[in-house]
Design a binder for this molecule. Structure first.
Ligand code: 13P
Length: 256
């Protein structure tokens, strides 16, 4: 398997510009151990701090991700930010479809699909999030739900380079709850997603696209998650807010 592990810190609505600058400068130092190792790292600060993060991380291998984007190129959309604006401030990735956006901001598979397309058009790499709720899992519909989210989220996207897309399986019941999916639960869904990618795109895409796991990832559980064949990295919330714990997660994602 030749997929390079990818660890992304999703800061959600935490950290000011000053805190971001401080974090990123310390993270750069802390990442010295990754030299010569196969790993990619990104942080996703709030919009207001993207530029500060990109500046502080300049010259390092750590990249910047936006937590969301709007699908139009420009227009009368009060409060929104376009993909081009994200490129301008130094973003490399854009998260779309996070369950908090689906839940609190009523995002649909259709709008998420348009957002992913807008990012790709601008040359940014979408990190498409999906995952079932607790009641969906208990009702036995996990795979049906993630299949719908995947097919609709990726609808009409013509992508041939596996490096240009990242998927993130984040079971809603595992986010911010301390209750991580077991490695086998993550593996079951992520192997299923990889098969779907082969159907939607091609075997080559399926083999190369990174599928991250997210939901209560911590330094203590990253190793067992990464040991799974189809877990290629992590989308980390709470534990990405401290340099030390985030760095430990990066360390734990590197193959020995
Ligand atoms: P936690 O790691 O805090 O559970 O959050 C996961 C998440 O939502 C990352 O996008």
């Amino acid at each position: 398997m030749s997929r390079t592990p990818l660890i992304v810190g999703n800061w959600k609505m935490y950290k000011t510009v000053a805190e971001t600058r401080d974090f990123c400068l310390r993270l750069k130092d802390e990442m010295a151990f990754t030299k010569g190792k196969q790993v990619e790292v990104a942080v996703a600060p709030p919009f207001t701090a993207l530029s500060a993060a990109a500046q502080a991380l300049r010259g390092s291998f750590i990249s910047v991700a936006a937590q969301d984007v709007f699908w139009a190129e420009s227009g009368a959309y009060t409060g929104e930010v376009s993909a081009k604006m994200l490129t301008e401030v130094g973003c490399h990735f854009g998260i779309v479809g996070h369950s908090e956006r689906r839940q609190y901001f009523h995002e649909t598979d259709v709008s998420i699909n348009k957002k992913a397309a807008a990012l790709m058009k601008e040359g940014l790499i979408p990190i498409l999030c999906l995952g079932e709720t607790l009641s969906e899992r208990q009702g036995g519909s996990t795979l049906v739900v993630v299949e719908r989210q995947t097919r609709q989220g990726l609808k009409g996207l013509a992508v041939q380079d596996p490096q240009k897309l990242v998927m993130a399986y984040e079971p809603v019941w595992a986010i911010g709850t301390g209750q991580t999916a077991t490695p086998n639960q993550a593996q079951e869904v992520q192997a299923f997603l990889r098969k779907l990618l082969a159907e939607i795109f091609s075997p080559n895409m399926a083999e190369g696209v990174r599928i991250l796991y997210g939901g209560s990832v911590k330094p203590e559980n990253i190793g067992e998650l990464m040991a799974m064949n189809d877990v290629d990295g992590a989308l980390v919330g709470g534990a990405s807010l401290e340099v030390k714990s985030f760095a430990q997660i990066v360390r734990g994602s590197i193959s020995p």
